[in-house]
Design a binder for this molecule. Structure first.
Ligand code: AMP
Ligand code: MG
Length: 620
C-alpha cells in the first residue's frame, strides 16, 4: 500500500517511510508550477465560472434615460395637492417625446421613460382617481420614484475588472452592458487515467479478485465541479506500454491525473511511466494521511498528478492539490473555502503525518459541529459517503477533544450556515459569565448573578427542542431547596449522555458536589467520562469538582483521566436548559485518594422539564 517515496527531490527524511515534504510545501510546489492559461474569447453564457481577462466598461449611461420606478403618474412638483388632468400614457418600452405639460400629468408604467420635465413619479395608489383627472398628494419629494439617467453608472466606467470571476449576477451585468462575448481565462482540460489490472467497470460483476473501478468517475466529476472542461477518461491496467499510450493520448491536456500504481510495489508503474514519457518529478511522497505516495510531475506546462488508487486517498489528492491547480490555471484563488468548527468526538492522530479526515459538519446552535468519519481506512467509501468536509488534524496538535476548535474545508458548497433565528444571542455572550468562573467553587460563594439569570432565560427562549417536540425548559435552584427536591423526584433515569444535549449554559447549583453529611474534604473526584461533550458544553472533572464549561482550555484533568471518589459521594451536574444530570458515585468506584478509578460508565439521570418553572423555582 503506502511505501517509501521514490522521488529524489525535494529531499526525504532519513526515515524512508516518512517523506520530508509536508502538505503545505507540496501544495506550494504545485502552485509554483502553474502558469495561468492564455485568455480566450468565450460567449458570455459559457463564461460563468471563469475569470475575466479584460476589464469591462459601460458602453452608455445606466439607466440610459430617466426611468420610472413605479406605476403611477409623471408630475411636476408645483401640482402637489391639486386636481390635474391625465393627458397621456407612457408604457415601458415606449419612447416619450412630448414634454410634460404643466398643470397636467401623464400616466406612466414601471420601467417607462419619463417625459421631459418630469420632476417626480407619484404611485397610482397615492392619488385619488377622479375619472380623467387625479388629485395629487400634498407632499411630493423631488425625483421620487425616478431613476435618473446615469444614476447607476455613467458611460465609460469600469464595471468589472480583469481578474473577476464571472458569476450569474455578473453575467447579467455583462449582458446589460451589451456584451455577448468576453475574454476570459479558459477552463482547463483534464485527462484521468485509471490503472490496476484488478479493476472492472462499474456495470460489470467483478470476478474473483476483481473490484469495480470507481475512481475515474469520481475524479472526472471533481474535475468538472472545479471548472475543468473536456474531461477525458481512460484505462491503462498495470501495463507499461498501455500507460505510455494513455499518457501520450492525454498529452495536450492541461492536467493529467493518474490513479493507482504510484507506490513502490512491483506493479506500481506510474512513476517510471511518467519519467519515460518525459515528465519531471517534482515530488513523490507527502507527509499526509491518506495519500502519502502521491506524485507530482510536469512536462512543459502540463501538470501530472499520480494519485494513489485507494479511493479516499485519490479523493484527498484531488481535492487538495489537483483542484487547487485547476483553479490557479484559471486565475482563481485556489484556497479552499472552509470554516472553523468544534469537534463532536475525540480524535486520535497516530503517527507523524497530517491527517485529512473526512467529516460531517452540521450547524448547531453554536456554530459548526464537526463529526469525523473514521471509517476503515482509505478504501472505505461507505463511511466516507456521509462527508461534506475535510478536517485537518496535525500530529502534534492533539489530543483532539470534543469541543476543540478545528479547521474544516468544504467538499462542495458550504451547507446552510448555523441558524440564529430572530437574532438568537451568540453563545459566547451567554457563556461569558460562566467561562469566567473556572470551577464550581466559584458558584458556591454567592447567588447566581442576575446577569446570568437573565442570559439564561434569554437562552431558554431560543433553546432547541428536546427532541420529542417539547421545548426545553429550565430551573434555577439550589440543592436542598424544595424546588430542587421536586426536580430530583421527577428525574427519569437515562444512560445516554448524547441524547441529553442541551446547547446552552450551565447552571451550577450551589454546593452541588458537597456530601450532605460528610465534610467535603475528599472533593477530588471525576466524572468518569471526562471530556464528554454535551453539545457545546464540556463536562470535565477537575481537582475542584465537576466542571462544565464552554470549551476553553482547562487542563486540570486530562480527558479520560479519573481521580479518587469518596464513597457515597454524590455529584450533581445541572445544566441550564432543561436538563439535570446526576452522577451518583456509588461505593465500588471508590479508589484511593488521588488514584485513578477504573473507567466506568456511571448511571446518569437527566430531567426533561415538562412544566414551566418560575425563576424562583416555583412551579406555576
Ligand atoms: P494502488 O494505488 O494501485 O496500489 O491501489 C490501491 C488500492 O486501490 C487497491 O486496492 C486498488 O484495487 C484500489 N484501486 C485502484 N484503482 C482504483 C479505482 N480506479 N477505483 C477503485 N479502486 C481502485
Ligand atoms: Mg494498482
Amino acid at each position: 500500500m503506502e511505501t517509501q517515496p521514490a522521488g529524489t527531490e525535494p529531499k526525504m527524511d532519513p526515515d524512508p517511510h516518512v517523506p520530508m515534504l509536508d502538505p503545505d510545501a507540496a501544495l506550494r510546489l504545485v502552485l509554483e508550477a502553474v502558469t495561468q492559461l492564455e485568455p480566450v474569447e468565450l460567449r458570455t453564457e459559457v463564461a460563468v465560472g471563469t475569470v475575466l481577462a479584460e476589464t469591462i466598461v459601460a458602453d452608455s449611461d445606466y439607466p440610459p434615460f430617466d426611468r420610472s420606478m413605479m406605476d403611477g403618474f409623471a408630475v411636476r412638483l408645483a401640482d402637489a395637492g391639486r386636481e390635474v388632468a391625465v393627458v397621456g400614457e407612457v408604457v415601458a418600452g415606449g419612447a416619450s417625446t412630448d414634454p410634460l405639460p404643466s398643470g397636467a400629468v401623464v400616466a406612466i408604467m414601471t420601467g417607462a421613460q419619463c417625459p421631459q420635465g418630469t420632476e417626480a413619479v407619484v404611485p397610482v395608489e397615492d392619488v385619488a382617481d377622479l375619472g380623467g383627472s387625479v388629485r395629487l398628494p400634498l407632499h411630493i419629494t423631488p425625483q421620487q420614484n425616478v431613476a435618473a439617467r446615469g444614476s447607476e453608472c455613467t458611460a465609460g466606467t469600469a464595471v468589472l475588472h480583469a481578474g473577476r470571476l464571472v458569476t450569474p449576477l455578473r453575467l447579467g451585468l455583462l449582458r446589460a452592458v451589451g456584451r455577448t462575448a468576453v475574454r476570459v481565462r479558459p477552463p482547463p482540460t483534464l485527462a484521468v487515467i485509471s490503472t490496476g489490472d484488478e479493476l472492472v467497470f462499474a456495470g460489470a460483476v467483478p470476478g474473483p479478485g476483481q473490484i469495480r473501478a470507481s475512481n475515474g468517475a469520481m475524479l472526472a466529476a471533481m474535475a468538472t465541479a472545479a471548472g475543468a472542461a473536456q474531461v477525458r477518461q481512460s484505462y491503462a491496467g498495470d501495463d507499461p506500454e498501455a500507460l505510455g499510450v494513455a499518457l501520450e493520448q492525454a498529452a495536450g491536456h492541461d492536467v493529467i491525473v493518474l490513479t493507482g500504481g504510484v507506490s513502490a510495489g512491483r506493479y506500481d508503474l506510474v512513476p517510471a511511466a511518467i519519467a519515460a514519457w518525459g515528465g519531471t518529478t517534482v515530488f513523490h511522497g507527502v507527509r499526509q494521511k491518506p495519500g502519502k505516495p502521491m506524485l507530482f510531475a510536469t512536462r512543459d506546462r502540463t501538470l501530472v498528478f499520480g494519485l494513489p488508487g485507494n479511493p479516499l486517498a485519490a479523493h484527498l489528492g484531488f481535492h487538495r492539490y489537483v483542484r487547487a491547480a485547476l483553479l490557479a490555471l484559471m486565475g482563481i484563488d485556489p484556497r479552499p473555502t472552509g470554516a472553523r468548527g468544534r469537534l463532536r468526538q475525540p480524535v486520535t492522530v497516530a503517527g507523524s503525518r497530517t491527517v485529512f479526515q473526512l467529516c460531517q459538519v452540521d450547524a448547531d446552535d453554536d456554530g459548526w459541529a464537526v463529526t469525523p468519519l473514521a471509517g476503515r481506512g482509505s478504501a472505505d467509501v461507505f463511511t466516507a459517503a456521509a462527508a461534506n468536509a475535510i478536517v485537518r488534524l496535525e500530529p502534534d496538535g492533539g489530543p483532539y477533544l470534543p469541543g476543540d476548535e478545528v479547521s474544516v474545508e468544504w467538499l462542495g458548497e458550504a451547507p446552510p450556515g448555523p441558524v440564529r433565528p430572530g437574532g438568537r444571542p451568540e453563545h459566547t455572550d451567554l457563556l461569558a459569565p460562566i467561562a469566567a468562573r473556572r470551577s464550581l467553587r466559584d458558584f458556591e460563594s454567592g447567588p447566581v448573578p442576575p446577569v446570568l439569570l437573565r442570559r439564561m432565560f434569554e437562552a431558554a427562549r431560543w433553546a432547541p427542542s428536546s427532541g420529542n417536540g417539547q421545548p426545553w425548559r429550565f430551573v434555577i435552584t439550589d440543592n436542598g431547596s424544595p424546588a430542587f427536591d421536586r426536580l430530583v423526584a421527577t428525574l427519569r433515569p437515562r444512560n445516554d449522555w448524547a441524547r441529553a444535549a442541551p446547547h446552552l449554559v450551565l447552571v451550577a447549583a450551589k454546593r452541588m458536589y458537597e456530601h450532605p453529611t460528610k465534610p467535603p474534604k475528599h472533593n477530588r473526584f471525576a466524572l468518569l467520562e471526562t471530556g464528554l461533550s454535551l453539545g457545546n458544553l464540556m463536562v470535565q472533572g477537575t481537582a475542584d469538582g465537576v466542571l462544565v464549561h464552554a470549551l476553553d482550555g482547562f487542563d486540570e484533568v486530562a480527558a479520560g483521566e479519573a481521580v479518587g471518589v469518596p464513597e457515597g459521594f454524590e455529584v450533581t451536574v445541572m445544566l441550564a436548559v432543561g436538563m439535570l444530570s446526576t452522577v451518583p458515585m456509588q461505593s465500588g468506584v471508590q479508589a484511593g485518594a488521588g488514584e485513578p478509578t477504573p473507567r466506568q460508565r456511571l448511571p446518569l439521570v437527566d430531567l426533561v422539564f415538562r412544566e414551566r418553572w418560575g425563576e424562583d423555582g416555583s412551579n406555576r
